[in-house]
Design a protein around this ligand. Structure first.
Ligand code: 9MR
Length: 279
């Protein structure tokens, strides 16, 4: 399987309201087809890296909820239609649940303008454009009980209202110090009550104590990985895959977020991947 790290994000693929740039996305999809891969599109709607024009009118004011929904429709319909029958699964909505606090939803501009209707609409438009594509809700720290339950409740509510969500993407931005296998197991069990397909997405395991998908993290240029930490990382990866294999009926895919430490968004000195900077 294959997923593109950045080129399908709205700011890259749809930089202005009437301008789409499919150059890299086309090459990505062609590569996947040529190599007979299961192709995953990432991601149709995300508050972060949202194309700057998206929530504003020409005067620089926020658009109305109606205009925002129309833009979401145009954006999703155009992209999903272009790759209809070729992209097999889409991360439709990314990271709409908050990390903490009383409101389960992330207080993003999308949410402020449309409430959770933006989630329902995004899935509806994607499904209308390609009824056969598998549609995912994707989020990080999806194993932490408080956030996990909020993701669960949101997906449950949506599914009960007929919103076409096929699967949940559990982003795997973990670290070696976090003994999280019980939480991984519990989260999969819980989500499997709602969906038939779970993807472990964006997997990496940092050699320090940060975690999650936030862009603010330590690059630790000075850090050298010790043999002890290497050993720990190996054990954690093995342990994780043991849990995932126990759930192989529902965990249909595991995707690493890059191939080697050299390419990783976390930088070489977090040592997050199976291959080091020399590949
Ligand atoms: O790895 C991605 C990095 O290259 C980008 O600069 C960043 C912002 O677009 O996004 C990174 O990927 C994120 C993913 O799309 C969603 N979950 C969190 C990931 C890490 O921030």
């Amino acid at each position: 399987s294959i997923v593109a790290e950045n080129c399908m994000k709205s700011e890259e693929i749809h930089p202005q309201e009437d301008v789409y740039d499919f150059t890299l996305a086309d090459r990505f999809v062609e590569f996947g087809e040529k190599n007979d891969m299961f192709i995953i599109g990432h991601c149709l709607l995300w508050h972060s890296q949202l194309a700057p024009w998206f929530p504003y009118d020409e005067k620089g004011n926020y658009v109305t909820p109606e205009v925002l929904k129309q833009r979401i429709k145009d954006h999703i319909t155009t992209i999903v239609t272009r790759y209809k029958g070729r992209v097999n699964g889409w991360d439709v909505v990314n990271e709409a649940i908050a990390d903490g606090g009383p409101n389960p939803y992330r207080n993003s501009r999308l949410y402020k303008l449309c409430g959770d209707e933006f989630i329902a609409k995004a899935f509806q438009f994607a499904h209308e454009a390609d009824p056969k594509a598998l549609l995912f809700y994707n989020d990080y720290n999806a194993i932490i009980p408080h956030k996990r339950d909020n993701i669960y409740n949101m997906v449950k509510k949506m599914k009960e209202a007929g919103v076409p969500i096929d699967g949940i993407g559990m982003q795997g931005h973990y670290n070696v110090h976090w003994d999280n296998l019980k939480e991984v197991d519990e989260a999969i069990r819980k989500y499997a009550e709602l969906v038939d397909v779970i993807h472990v997405t964006e997997l990496d395991m940092r050699a320090n104590t940060d975690m999650g998908g936030n862009l603010d993290f330590k690059k630790k240029a000075e850090m050298q990985i010790t043999d002890e930490i290497k050993q720990k990382q190996e054990e954690r990866y093995v342990g994780l895959f043991r849990v995932l294999r126990e759930h192989k009926k529902v965990v249909k895919s595991v995707t690493f977020w890059n191939l080697s430490d050299k390419d990783s968004w976390l930088g070489t000195h977090n040592y997050p991947l199976l291959f080091d900077k020399e590949y």
